[in-house]
Design a protein around this ligand. Sequence first.
Ligand code: SF4
Ligand code: SF4
Length: 411
Amino acid sequence: MIQYLCIKPEVYIWKDKKNILFYNSITFQSVLWERNSESDTIVDALLDVKNFYSIDIGDKKDSDIVQEITKKGFGVIVDTSDKLKPITIPPVLIFSNRAERVLSKGLLFYDAHLVDYIKTITIRLSGSCRHDCTDCSSLFRQVTNCTKRSGLLTKEDLLKIRTIIHGTKAEKVQFIISSEKDVALLEQNQFIVDNSEQLVINYINWRNVSEEIIDRIESLSCQQLVKIVFKVDACILDDAQMLLRKLLNKYKNIIVCFLLSSDEDVALYQDLEQSLDITDRNEVHCVFNGNNHHFIETFYQMNEQELSSLQCDSDSIKTNQVINSEFWGSIYIEPDRTICLNENYPCFGDIDTPLYEILSKAFNSNDNPWLLTRKKFSCGTCAYRYLCPPINNLELSMSEPFACSSYHKSL
Ligand code: SF4
Ligand code: SF4
């Protein structure tokens, strides 16, 4: 009789320099096991695809790791008398990025389907903001905010952008409004979004907002949502607080995105939350200002307990192995007419370039934010790399995997 240790199909196993992680994608239960020579022998055999996640356990049935695997329900011991080996075949998502083979034959149209992946199109109408915030050049790389990038889209450009929007299945179209000039441009070109299925969101920095601008946006023909971006440290100023109070009282369907960068901001935000009626009308984003590492560590990072309570189902684990769900499907059109997939990455064309060509170039380069996984980032081989939330713009702007407080330091 042979005894096989057989891992259940819903269980995932990862290894890094120090640990082995078992994770059940149905019960969300996990065990982090410190590596030793015995556990390495068993786990290496289990991780060898040729074994079909089932190994002859021999005399190791009573070893600590086998006991843990069976006791916690990650696997079972199967006795076989007829020498038939039980096997497990967990499904694996295979994502093809081998488009270059087809490209080498000049068959560019192959990538036309990539356009269907676009879900959000963000358009910065102009960089005509007249203010002068110190962190202007880094803020828009972290959150959908404002920009001083030079250029101004014209009526002809908006006609082309309309064709771009219509050629995709985008569910969301976002405009970044810097000034009244931008609103006037939208008023003259209301046709740019005429699909009632598409949600239109207008982002305005608090320094550029006025009641007149919101009134004019609300009277545009398609379904509109206005998001006002507030840096919380600005709320120390009485006039900023008054403006916020006035806007929230007058407009019931605006959303306020608060940007926090220090402990003082958190305290101020908590006061505002109590004194203003912002239930269901607020978003909070943590932002990097160049020297607030400590705040980000305490506010944003997860500790070991939080990491092990992450709940990922099988689909999200497979997705995390190949795509970045935070960036996937987003494109940005800048005031200088260029198009990029993320603010922190180079542009691959402009509004005159066919969109499938831009996506094709991105998919054939190493600079594709849609495919940025933790494995490619400095999380490297960390056992949690497919369970942690995807890399976001905050981590990109800090050039570090800041989602955790403990593991990456020990790698
Ligand atoms: S409001 Fe926005 S675009 Fe204007 S200076 Fe400040 S960060 Fe820059
Ligand atoms: S952030 Fe990176 S290093 Fe930290 S636990 Fe997640 S995958 Fe590991």
